[in-house]
Design a protein around this ligand. Structure first.
Ligand code: PMP
Length: 404
């Protein structure tokens, strides 16, 4: 793997100061920073190749379409989909989940059916299913969690029944960092003839994802959390599902033939891509995937494991600090509170020291309710973070303690 200073210099923002202090960026779970290569790729398409995709015969449209389709191929290879027609571009994880909740719901969900999610979910993997349940009179079932921040798989098995029509589960908890045993969840669901959607928003960043090995029916993620641009995301679906499901939105490009009497839909994946897509974003995402593939995904995961281990040791050693989420299997995320100090106060003091952390409920209010708290401070690290930054954080926490 490249030397850490070389890696850091690939990300121009990491060199900047905030409030006159060197930036320490520990909010990678909310959005990751972008290497120059991603910024350049978006710049290049907008500067030299901008033309609406799949529409014209002219040079610019052709070039933009080709770049967009290349990006799709890169995504397919990155997650090991069996073909690029299984990759639908969306606006992000939220857009992808809403697409499935609507399309799958329209086709398969009826009154009394059940949908399973877990207590660990981000709101994006709760609310679209609740909306579906409301529309169709279906019932949302929730896999409970334990005090380590893990789902209780034994309870999950009890929830599965002939009424279960889909399971939607996160690969990693964004609030606590817990890695969920999705393979086990999928295997049990499939024995019950139930498809599974995996929310990969946090999982995609920290390890190798192989959708064929995982055997999930749908896998969704956002470009911006994997060092790509905002406004672009991915919905992977097994071909047989995407072929069966009705489209989510109607409009240009998703159609084959339109008459006032009847419209037929385009083939996959275009059936799910209505209107002008974020082709510049897709190209940027492709560049991000190239970047991390070249850096080495195993190496990235190993570096992040070391950062987690060091940060856990340092933070748990501070008196008066409680860490929430103590699973054996975690990504490089630590959620904590300092006794008697509100998370916003901690976050604000750290911010003035140049240290960016996330505070609040992390769009996972049920997780906070489980612990009886109204939020945490979340430190989410990735491969470009360093031990020195963790040490700066520890000093920052000590400073917060001395101020309150
Ligand atoms: N699911 C999880 C687990 C997440 O962490 C996030 C983002 N915090 C989302 C879904 C939603 O992602 P986006 O806002 O990019 O659509």
């Amino acid at each position: 793997m490249k030397d850490i200073s070389e890696i850091r210099s690939d990300f121009p923002i990491l060199g900047r100061k905030v409030y006159g202090k060197q930036l320490v960026y520990f909010d990678n779970g909310a959005t990751a920073q972008k290497p120059q290569r991603v910024i350049d790729s978006v710049d290049e398409i907008l500067t030299f190749f901008n033309g609406n995709i799949h529409r014209g015969v002219h040079y610019l449209s052709d070039m933009a379409s080709e770049s967009y389709e290349n990006a799709r191929q890169k995504v397919a290879a990155f997650i090991n989909a069996s073909g690029k027609e299984e990759i639908v571009f969306t606006s992000g994880t939220t857009g992808s989940i809403n697409t499935i909740a609507f399309s799958f719901g329209e086709r398969y969900i009826k009154r009394g059916d059940e949908i399973i999610v877990s207590h660990l979910e981000h709101h994006a993997n709760i609310v679209p299913w609740q909306m579906l349940c409301e529309r169709k009179g279906a019932i949302l079932k929730v896999i409970p969690m334990n005090s380590n921040g893990e789902i209780i798989t034994g309870e999950y098995l009890k929830l599965l029944s002939p009424k279960t029509k889909i399971v939607a589960i996160t690969q990693v908890s964004n609030a606590l960092g817990t890695i969920v045993p999705v393979n086990e969840i999928i295997e049990a669901a499939h024995s019950n003839n139930t498809p599974v959607l995996v929310d990969g928003a946090q999982g995609i960043q920290h390890g190798i994802v192989d959708v064929q090995k995982m055997d999930c029916d749908f896998y969704v993620f956002s470009g911006h959390k994997i060092y790509g641009p905002t406004g672009i995301g991915v919905l992977y679906g097994k071909k047989k599902w995407l072929e069966e499901l009705p489209p989510y939105q109607g409009g240009g490009d998703m159609v084959e033939k339109v008459t006032f009497e009847k419209t037929t839909y385009n083939h996959l994946p275009f059936k799910f891509e209505a209107g002008t897509m974020n082709y510049a974003g897709a190209v940027g995402l492709g560049a991000a995937l190239d970047y991390i593939t070249e850096l080495g995904r195993e190496e990235i995961a190993e570096r992040e494991r070391q950062l987690l281990s060091y940060a856990t040791e340092c933070i748990s050693g501070i008196e008066g600090v409680t860490i929430y989420g103590n699973s054996e299997r975690k990504i490089s995320t630590i959620s904590f509170l300092i006794d008697g100090i509100h998370q916003y106060d901690t976050g604000m003091v750290l911010d003035k020291l140049g240290i960016a952390v996330r505070t609040g409920t992390h769009c996972a209010q049920p997780v906070m309710d489980f612990f009886g708290i109204d939020g945490t401070v979340r430190v989410s690290m990735c491969f470009y973070n360093t031990r020195q930054e963790i040490e700066a954080l520890v000093q920052g926490i000590e400073k917060v303690k001395s101020m309150f």
